[in-house]
Design a protein around this ligand. Structure first.
Ligand SMILES: [Zn+2]
Length: 172
């Protein structure tokens, strides 16, 4: 089923295992997603590598937003019913959906880790560079813990680099 150009494939799913399959996740997060149709399968696959209790958290608490290649823009009201009770909005770039599974899984796990660790700016004082670096390192570490059982090799090249955390240079 397609609602407003978004994927909503509420197919019949059998719940008979302890682990979530990508199609179960896809079913569960239908109302948490503002993403193009072609991103649904990559996103649910990326989420499927997370521990079950984290997937439960994602279903309960996260909203995913990704603009499609053809999208000019999108307005979502902050009181949209799909945001009800959600704790985090995870905004992902379109280029991610054409990357390899490990890259997609890492980026998604990293952003989910931010939500899981309740990162956010709750006051102006929160907007601190050192705290930000600490959070980025902690979320990278968490993502690696979650994903290590599923992927071979190092995650080094996916981790945040110092230069990505420094403030942008002033444009002249
Ligand atoms: Zn981060």
């Amino acid at each position: 089923m397609i609602k407003n150009g978004r994927i909503c494939s509420k197919a019949l799913i059998q719940y008979n295992t302890d682990m979530y399959t990508p199609s179960q996740i896809n079913y569960e997060i239908t109302d948490n997603c503002f993403i193009p149709e072609y991103a649904a399968s990559p996103l649910t696959t990326a989420l499927s590598y997370l521990p079950e209790k984290i997937i439960d958290f994602v279903i309960e608490s996260c909203v995913f937003i990704s603009l499609g290649k053809e999208d000019r823009g999108e307005h979502i009201a902050t009181d949209d019913f799909r945001f009800n009770g959600k704790k985090g909005l995870i905004i992902l770039p379109d280029w991610l959906w054409s990357k390899d599974k490990k890259m997609m899984a890492f980026v998604v796990a990293h952003e989910v880790a931010h939500a899981y660790k309740k990162h956010g700016f709750r006051s102006f004082e929160d907007m601190d560079g050192a705290l930000n670096i600490k959070r980025e390192k902690a979320t990278d570490k968490q993502a690696i813990l979650w994903l290590s059982p599923h992927f071979k090799g190092s995650f080094e090249k996916y981790k945040y680099k110092k230069w990505q955390l420094s403030p942008p240079k002033k444009q002249r």
